[in-house]
Ligand binder design. Structure first.
Ligand code: HEM
Length: 251
């Protein structure tokens, strides 16, 4: 990965123009130039590579794993899939690609994507943090240096908040008029100062990828194949569905 990134950085350097920022690498190079004579600057090439590796690691598997869950929920719930198809056909049609602005008019599809993130629960214990000073939370003393592991699952699967916490139910994100609502306990990107930096990008990607796939395909389980389980998962960098097969038929 580092070698792959190094090649991209080299080609950026060759065509770098401080008056025209194409992307993160250009912005970093510009800042590096400005800070050239600043002692202890963080704008060094190895830091750029670390940042880029972080963006790749945090930004690719998370989104693809969520889509993986979404496709699984669609084959397990054909009735929900039909309603998504109906909304896509009504709002977007088949003649053009989905746009982010369509989301406003697609509360059901938006609810399905949110419910996928809730039940998929792909980063159940977020990332560890460390208390940088002594502090108190709800009467508990947390000494400086304590490692804090947030429990995101406790919110996403909270039995006091969600009607059917362990079952796929887009109704969790719809009010009685079918309008989209987002309960406060929906925190798949964590919360606070260190909330996921890519939240907006991820939400855009999830909407565009999910609607683009369903605009073109009907997804279903191969015949004579056991129904895959959504209750088991493999835990790596993210919590991912067990391998399953699906069929996609062009619509
Ligand atoms: C569905 C997709 C995603 C989910 C569920 C997700 C979730 C999370 C979570 C739970 C954290 C930990 C927050 C904390 O420390 O409290 C995090 C951090 C982070 N995410 Fe995401 N993420 C997603 C997509 C992305 C994308 C697309 C990017 C960028 C390209 C990204 C970049 C980052 C970065 C850089 C951090 C570290 C932020 C920091 O420590 O200040 N994420 N993400």
């Amino acid at each position: 990965m580092a070698q792959f990134l190094q090649e991209i950085i080299t080609s950026h350097k060759e065509s770098w123009d401080p008056n025209y920022t194409r992307d993160f690498i250009d912005a970093f190079l510009t800042q590096q130039e400005k800070m050239r004579n600043t002692p202890n600057t963080s704008f060094l090439e190895d830091k750029m590579i670390t940042s880029l590796l972080g963006l790749f690691a945090a930004g690719t598997e998370t989104t693809s794993t969520t889509i993986n869950w979404g496709l699984l929920f669609m084959v397990l719930h054909p009735d929900v899939q039909s309603r998504v198809h109906e909304e896509i056909d009504r709002v977007i049609g088949k003649g053009r690609r989905p746009r982010l602005e369509d989301r406003e008019e697609m509360p059901f599809t938006n609810a399905v994507i949110h419910e996928t993130q809730r039940l998929g629960n792909i980063v159940p214990i977020s990332l560890p943090h460390e208390a940088y000073r002594d502090t108190t939370v709800m009467g508990y003393t947390i000494p400086k240096g304590t490692m804090i592991i947030p429990n995101i699952s406790s919110a996403l699967l909270d039995e006091d908040i969600w009607l059917t916490p362990h079952q796929f139910n887009p109704g969790h994100f719809l009010d009685s008029d079918g309008k989209f609502v987002k309960p406060e306990a929906f925190i798949p990107f964590s919360a606070g100062h260190r909330v996921c930096l890519g939240e907006q990008l991820a939400k855009t990607e999830l909407f565009i990828f999910f609607t683009s796939i369903l605009q073109r395909f009907t997804l279903f389980l191969p015949e004579n194949e056991a129904r895959p389980s959504y209750k088991e998962a493999q835990f790596g960098i993210t919590l991912c569905p067990l391998p399953y097969r699906l069929r996609a038929k062009a619509r």
